[in-house]
Write a protein that binds this ligand. Structure first.
Ligand SMILES: NC(=O)c1ccc[n+]([C@@H]2O[C@H](COP(=O)([O-])OP(=O)(O)OC[C@H]3O[C@@H](n4cnc5c(N)ncnc54)[C@H](OP(=O)(O)O)[C@@H]3O)[C@@H](O)[C@H]2O)c1
Length: 288
C-alpha cells in the first residue's frame, strides 16, 4: 500500500492527514461503500463530509463495516463534518448532535461551521453574525466535552475570520476554503498563518475544470504525472491539506500518489501566477 499519510499538526495538537477524500455528491449506500473501501485500500485515512451532503449515515455505516476489514480502528481515521447553514444559531446544538448520531460516532475529529450565513436569511441580515457567534459557542462546548477533537470554519472571508478571532475562546483549528492555482487566497492564508489556523483546500481540481488548463497539462507531461497530481501536489507542497473527490478507484489511487515527486520552484511559481480570483464554488464575500 502506498503511504499517503503525511499529516499537519493542528493547533490542538491533533494530527490531520494532508490527503483526505472529498465526499460532496457521493450518494447511495452501495457507491459510498465501494468508494470508502477503495479509498482505504489506496491509503486514504481522512474523510470530509457535511450535513448538507446527506451522506453522513452511509459514510458512518461504511466505515463501521470496513475499518475491521482493513485491520483499522476508529483512531486510525480522521472524520470531518460540518454544521448545516440551516442549523446556525440556536439550532446548532441539535445539528451537532444529529451529525454525531448520523455518523454513529462518539467523537468527530474536526467539526466545521460550513458557511458564514444562515439559510433562509438575506446575506445582509444582521442576524447572520449573531447566529454564527452562537454556533461557535456551541462548537466550543462540544470541543470542551471531547465530542469534537478540533473545531473550525469553512468559507469564511478575512472579515468573518477577524470577527471570530476577536471573540472566540477556542481559536479555530482549521479554515476550509476553495483553493487552487486560479484562486490562491493570499490574504486568508497570511491571516491563518499569523493566527495558528490550518488553511485547508477544497475543490483543488477546480471541480474538474482545471484538469484541462494548458499550463497544468504542460507541466503534467514534463513530470510524467497526471493533471490532477500536479494540482494536488502544488497544494500539498505548500503544506496545505487537500480533499479531492472521486468515486473511481483508479482516480482515487492516482490522486493519492502525491508524495513521491516534487515540483520545481519555477513550476510552483508559474502555477501560482494563474491566480485570477476565479471561483468554481460559492462566494461568501457578500455575507454580513
Ligand atoms: N466546505 C465547502 O463549502 C466545500 C465546497 C466544495 C467542496 N468541498 C469538499 O471538497 C471536496 C472536493 O471538492 P469538489 O468535489 O468540489 O471538487 P474536486 O475535488 O476539485 O473535483 C472533483 C471532480 O473531479 C473529478 N476527478 C477527481 N479526480 C480526478 C482525476 N484524477 N482525473 C479526472 N477527474 C477527476 C471527479 O469525478 P469522479 O468522481 O467521476 O472521479 C469530480 O467530478 C468535496 O467533495 C467536499 O468534500 C467543501
Amino acid at each position: 500500500m502506498t503511504d499517503h499519510r503525511p499529516c499537519v499538526q493542528l493547533n490542538t495538537g491533533v494530527q490531520m492527514p494532508l490527503l483526505g477524500l472529498g465526499t460532496y455528491r457521493l450518494q447511495g449506500r452501495e457507491e459510498i461503500y465501494q468508494t470508502v473501501d477503495a479509498a482505504l485500500t489506496a491509503g486514504y485515512r481522512a474523510f470530509d463530509t457535511a450535513a448538507v451532503y446527506r451522506n453522513e449515515a452511509d459514510i458512518g455505516q461504511a466505515l463501521c463495516t470496513l475499518l475491521p476489514k482493513h485491520g483499522l480502528s476508529r483512531a486510525d481515521v480522521f472524520i470531518t463534518t460540518k454544521l448545516s447553514p440551516k442549523d446556525q444559531g440556536w439550532k446548532a446544538k441539535d445539528g451537532c448532535l444529529r451529525s454525531l448520531e448520523q455518523l454513529g460516532l462518539d467523537y468527530i475529529d474536526l467539526f466545521l461551521i460550513h458557511w458564514p450565513g444562515t439559510q433562509g436569511l438575506d446575506v445582509k441580515d444582521k442576524q447572520n453574525p449573531e447566529n454564527r457567534a452562537q454556533s461557535w459557542a456551541t462548537l466550543e462546548e462540544f470541543h470542551a466535552e471531547g465530542k469534537f477533537r478540533a473545531i473550525g470554519v469553512s468559507n469564511y472571508t478575512v472579515k468573518h475570520m477577524e470577527e471570530l478571532l476577536k471573540s472566540c475562546t477556542v481559536i479555530p483549528a482549521v479554515l476550509q476554503v476553495e483553493f487552487h492555482p486560479r484562486l490562491v487566497q493570499r490574504e486568508l492564508r497570511e491571516l491563518c498563518e499569523k493566527s495558528g489556523v490550518c488553511f485547508q483546500a477544497y475543490s483543488s481540481l477546480g471541480t474538474g475544470i482545471l484538469l484541462s488548463d494548458p499550463l497544468v497539462l504542460e507541466i503534467a507531461e514534463r513530470y510524467g504525472k497526471t493533471p490532477a497530481q500536479v494540482l494536488l501536489r502544488w497544494a500539498v507542497q505548500q503544506n496545505i491539506p487537500v480533499l479531492p473527490k472521486s468515486c473511481q478507484p483508479n482516480r482515487l489511487q492516482e490522486n493519492g500518489c502525491l508524495f513521491d515527486f516534487e515540483l520545481s520552484d519555477g513550476d510552483m511559481a508559474m502555477l501560482s501566477a494563474l491566480d485570477c480570483r476565479e471561483k468554481f464554488c460559492w462566494d461568501p464575500s457578500l455575507v454580513l
